[in-house]
Design a binder for this molecule. Structure first.
Ligand code: SR1
Ligand code: MG
Length: 440
């Protein structure tokens, strides 16, 4: 008899059999990468077997080393190496951070590859002791955030991202999983405490109070002080933080901003899930939609004519709508077709119209996800103006007075998302908030 493999079997088995790895950790350099890869036959095959390799370090993120390695005789043959450093790169080596995050990235990529293989990079090799992953080099793709600053449109993005969100969030929720399996997976990812703490600190707490690492444009100091003193807003942010801390709705990517998306006109890949943990679905959806809204704010300045601004901001608004609509439509379809989890067992609604009764609950559930989406989008928009980690879309505006226009709008929209989310019923109302907000 064939025993069917179930979602998450691979990572649960790997975790159960993982031995203490006693090999030494050494950060790689461009000089040591070729020798390291030469010992990995599967990777060497991808590189065409040549030991003559070119290597550059391209990591410009906040946390890790990233190398791109190409075969000298055929540069189209290439791989990426991502290696964790034992400290927070953007804060310097005085801010220790354990290298375990690569374990969670590896597990999340493995789980996502079971669910949506076409939307994540292929993993060629994982080295636990060295805290590194060798993976597909997305050579024909660009980081979405850079493309957005340049005003490029990506027609396939909403469909791809909506699909990614629906499938990853549904299949890792109690709507689909049996409760024992779900809890085992929650247990595995609950150990990603350090990266969750980064979010607890740098998304939900420090940006809204005095904290040494905060930085902000002096041109917006008035609004920074008003936000810090806004009791109702702070209560709402505290409630959203509570949701982040206590709800294990689905496996979320955990850092799904537009720098975690690589794409082109045809293809989209979601990268960098090192912050993965079980949390509220709206945390991921809010990250995506909030970052699109940040691009909208940045184009107050980047667009050089009123027509260009209206056209690009219009595309961003439609992209927000279509991403949500694709997510919601596919999520509902999956729930109707695969209602296999603990959460809504079919017999429970048998005397209330069966599927019709359950559909009422499904609509309520999605309204809750939409409200969470607005709340988390709002926090993520505000923290990027107030805290340690800003976004290139807005930070690349050199003139502080012009930058302040985008920052004030981002803070105003973010605050309204947080404050008004409980009244919102539809994605149109989210778009209306963006369109009608004037800068703070
Ligand atoms: C201090 S780390 C700052 C941010 O970088 C990551 O991309 C996450 O968004 C984190 O909050
Ligand atoms: Mg990242």
């Amino acid at each position: 008899m064939t025993i069917l493999r179930q979602l998450g079997d691979a990572i649960l088995e790997e975790a159960a059999s993982a031995q203490q790895d006693t090999r030494a950790y050494v950060p790689l350099t461009v000089d040591t990468v070729p020798a390291y890869l030469t010992a990995l036959p599967a990777v060497m095959e991808i590189l065409g077997g040549s030991t003559h390799l070119d290597c550059v370090e391209i990591g410009d993120g906040n946390l890790n080393l990233v190398f791109i390695v190409r075969a000298q005789d055929d540069p189209a043959k290439s791989v990426i190496i991502k290696q964790a450093l034992p400290y927070l790169r953007c804060a310097g080596d005085g801010w220790p951070l354990s290298r375990e995050r690569m374990e969670y990235e590896h597990m999340a990529l493995a789980l996502e590859a079971e669910i949506v293989p076409e939307l994540v990079p292929a993993v060629y090799h994982y080295d636990r002791a060295m805290s590194l992953i060798v993976m597909e080099n997305l050579d024909r793709h660009v980081i979405m955030r850079k493309g957005l600053v340049e005003g490029i449109t990506y027609p396939r993005f909403p469909g791809h991202m909506g699909h990614f969100l629906a499938h990853t969030l549904f299949h890792t929720s109690d709507l689909y999983l049996a409760s024992a399996r779900k809890k085992r997976l929650v247990g595995l990812f609950s150990r990603n405490v350090e990266l969750c703490k980064i979010t607890e600190d740098f998304v939900f707490t420090n940006p809204y109070m005095e904290s040494a690492e905060n930085r902000w444009n002096p041109e917006i100091d008035d609004v920074v002080q008003r936000i810090r003193a806004h009791t109702r807003l702070k209560c709402e942010i505290a409630a959203l933080k509570d949701g982040f801390l206590t709800r294990t709705q689905s496996l979320v990517h955990g850092d799904l901003h537009t720098g975690s998306v690589m794409l082109n006109q045809e293809d989209t890949r979601i990268i960098d899930p090192e912050f993965a943990f079980f949390g509220p679905m709206g945390f991921d959806i809010g990250a995506v939609l909030g970052n699109l809204a940040l691009a909208y704010c940045a184009h107050e300045v980047h667009s050089t004519t009123d027509d260009a601004r209206a056209a690009y901001q219009g595309w961003l608004l439609e992209t927000i709508r279509e991403t949500w609509d694709t997510f919601a439509g596919e999520f509902l379809r999956l729930w109707r077709e695969k209602n296999e989890g603990e959460a809504t067992r079919p017999a429970f609604f048998a005397q209330c119209g069966g599927e019709d009764g359950l559909d009422i609950y499904r609509r309520q559930y999605l309204t809750g996800v939409l409200r969470d989406t607005l709340g988390y989008a709002g926090c993520k928009m505000m923290r990027r103006q107030l805290g340690i980690a800003h976004v290139y879309d807005i930070d690349c505006i050199a003139d502080p007075k012009r930058r302040a226009v985008a920052e004030r709008l981002a803070l105003a929209i973010g605050a309204r998302f947080v404050l008004e989310r409980q009244y919102v019923q539809s994605i149109d109302e989210m778009l209306a908030i963006i369109k009608t907000t004037k800068e703070l």
